[in-house]
Design a binder for this molecule. Structure first.
Ligand code: SF4
Length: 280
């Protein structure tokens, strides 16, 4: 696979927050577009939900100055730790990022990175995937889980890009979310990491968990979390804060065993800025 672009962003690996360590996710709901994508990954047996149009990000309100100042201090710490945050999914353009992000739903980025080389070897162009036999696509993406829906959505998305958007991945949120399997999170990732357009903040399980523990939101709903986070960060920071939270969530603020270590010599670098909401 071709090299990643310099500004590449890496979707997240949806972890599963511990019961007491974060907002409770709805139980028993079908997998919606983006449900676990952007980089994340949970169980691989539940069925994917049919694509549905995601809710618009709610209107943002101006946050209290102290909260924004704390959010900016958090960003500074994370930006110093991750000077060039990027997605962990391999991609080389908007289409390959979109495909990888769709496949990352309920699957690890590492697994997706093992699958996409074969996928793009067999169907290198969008037009190729649009004409592919869905059963052949299923065979290639099988190990990423939810392969029936993923294969169906990828083929349908390729067809729509070809027939409606002239073979080019659209560059607006409104257009992207019309593609099967693409909701606001995937669209944010594609816009921010492939096009350099900060339209919103992609919210996956890592962002959900950290935003809650850091008390940057009181919600477990991705649309509300995005609405809460956007005014806390400059627009130019939106893609980076997603990548930073994802990376930090994987390395330090784990779902089950966050490395707060307040009594240790090397505590979490965010310890003084973090109320550790939901943790004992
Ligand atoms: S102190 Fe660090 S590891 Fe602990 S909850 Fe806060 S951000 Fe996560």
């Amino acid at each position: 696979m071709p090299a990643k672009p310099a500004n590449a962003a890496r979707p997240a690996k949806p972890g599963r927050p511990a019961k007491s360590a974060g907002p409770k996710a709805p139980v028993g709901k079908p997998l919606a577009p983006d449900a676990a994508a952007a980089p994340g990954n949970a169980g691989k047996t539940a069925p994917c939900a049919q694509p549905k149009k995601p809710a618009k990000a709610a209107q943002t309100a101006r946050p209290p100055k102290a909260l924004r100042a704390r959010a900016q201090a958090i960003f500074s710490v994370l930006a110093a730790r991750y000077p060039a945050p990027a997605p962990m999914l391999d991609f080389h353009d908007a289409w390959t990022l979109l495909v990888a992000t769709v496949l990352a739903a309920q699957c690890t980025d590492a697994r997706v990175n093992m699958v996409t080389p074969e996928l793009f070897r067999r169907w290198p162009a969008i037009a190729d995937l649009a004409q592919a036999d869905v059963l052949d696509i299923e065979a290639v993406v099988h190990s990423t889980g939810f392969y029936h829906n993923k294969a169906k959505n990828l083929k349908a998305a390729a067809q729509r890009v070809m027939t409606v958007y002239g073979g080019a991945v659209p560059q607006t949120m409104a257009e992207l979310v019309t593609l099967p399997g693409v909701a606001r999170k995937t669209a944010n990732i594609v816009l921010g990491s492939a096009f350099g357009i900060n339209e919103g903040i992609a919210v996956d399980t890592h962002v959900t968990r950290l935003a809650f523990r850091l008390d940057l939101t009181k919600s477990a709903d991705a649309v509300v979390i995005e609405r809460d986070l956007m005014p806390l960060f400059d627009r130019s920071q939106w893609a980076d804060i997603n990548h930073c939270l994802v990376l930090f969530g994987r390395e330090v603020c784990d779902a089950r065993k966050p490395k707060c270590a307040p009594a240790e010599a090397s505590p979490c670098p965010l310890l003084e800025l973090c109320p550790r909401k939901g943790l004992k």
